[in-house]
Design a protein around this ligand. Structure first.
Ligand code: PLP
Length: 231
């Protein structure tokens, strides 16, 4: 990865974040940028660290483990892909946050391994706001609330908010609708659990992060716009 190119890409992203914030009347300091390094070698991570990025996302536990064990700078690594239960033990050792919780069974397994390791895991609940079958996440609001209530009883997990992947379409209004739906669910959750610190809205990728910011995103997950197209 060419460091100059990466810095240039980063500047572009920052510029677009500023514009989207201005449009929406938001403060750009509310928005965290995650560098998504899936499929890329560790050199990309190191270049990103040198250009000031500290928050990283990976889709697969094994790939993340093999790659990030080689990174000696402290970074904050999140899992943004689906978690299989047989990978939960490794996941608890390497991630600071798991953004893809959509079943109580996975949450329970994580909670058990966290207890063994004497740590608490930050989590986000993934919601399928697009209705696309290829995507994970809660589809029914009732399911989501039932699961969240159960998760709140698990001592070693700390639910902090919601994550979604927007629909794969050129139709901007469909993308906006999907993000607005996640924001609404966050608001509802805050109303229902007023004591809970539940404020993270992880939405927006390279193709749709400006819309996500306009709709309230607090964390955008950027791969292609920083590192170029994946093979
Ligand atoms: C790959 C991926 C991203 C980054 O996608 P880009 O379009 O390359 O920015 C973000 N979130 C998730 C869940 C991903 O799988």
């Amino acid at each position: 990865m060419n460091l100059e190119l990466l810095k240039n890409n980063m500047e572009n992203v920052r510029h677009n974040i500023e514009s989207a914030c201005e449009k929406a009347g938001r403060d750009s300091r509310e928005i965290r940028v995650m560098a998504v390094t899936k499929t890329h070698p560790v050199e990309y991570v190191k270049a990103a660290v040198l250009s000031g990025l500290r928050l990283f996302g990976e889709n697969r536990v094994r790939e993340a483990y093999d790659k990030y064990i080689q990174v000696d700078k402290p970074v904050e690594l999140h899992l943004i892909g689906h978690l299989q239960r047989n990978k939960a033990k490794t996941a608890v050792r390497i991630f600071e946050c798991i953004q893809s919780i959509d079943r109580i069974e996975t949450a329970e397994v994580l909670d058990r391994y966290c207890k063994e390791l004497g740590r608490r895991m930050r989590i986000l609940l993934e919601v399928n706001t697009s209705g696309e079958d290829s995507k994970h996440g809660f589809r029914k609001e009732s399911d989501y609330f039932l699961t969240l209530e159960k998760i709140l009883k698990l001592e070693n997990l700390k639910p902090e908010g919601l994550m979604t992947i927007g629909p794969f379409t050129q139709d901007k209004s469909a993308v906006r609708k999907s993000f607005a739906c996640l924001k609404k669910l966050l608001d509802k959750t805050q109303e229902r659990f007023p004591g809970l610190d539940f404020s993270v809205l992880s939405m927006g990728m390279s193709g749709d992060y400006e819309i996500a910011i306009e709709e309230g995103s607090t964390l955008i997950r950027i791969g292609t716009a920083l590192f170029g197209v994946r093979e």
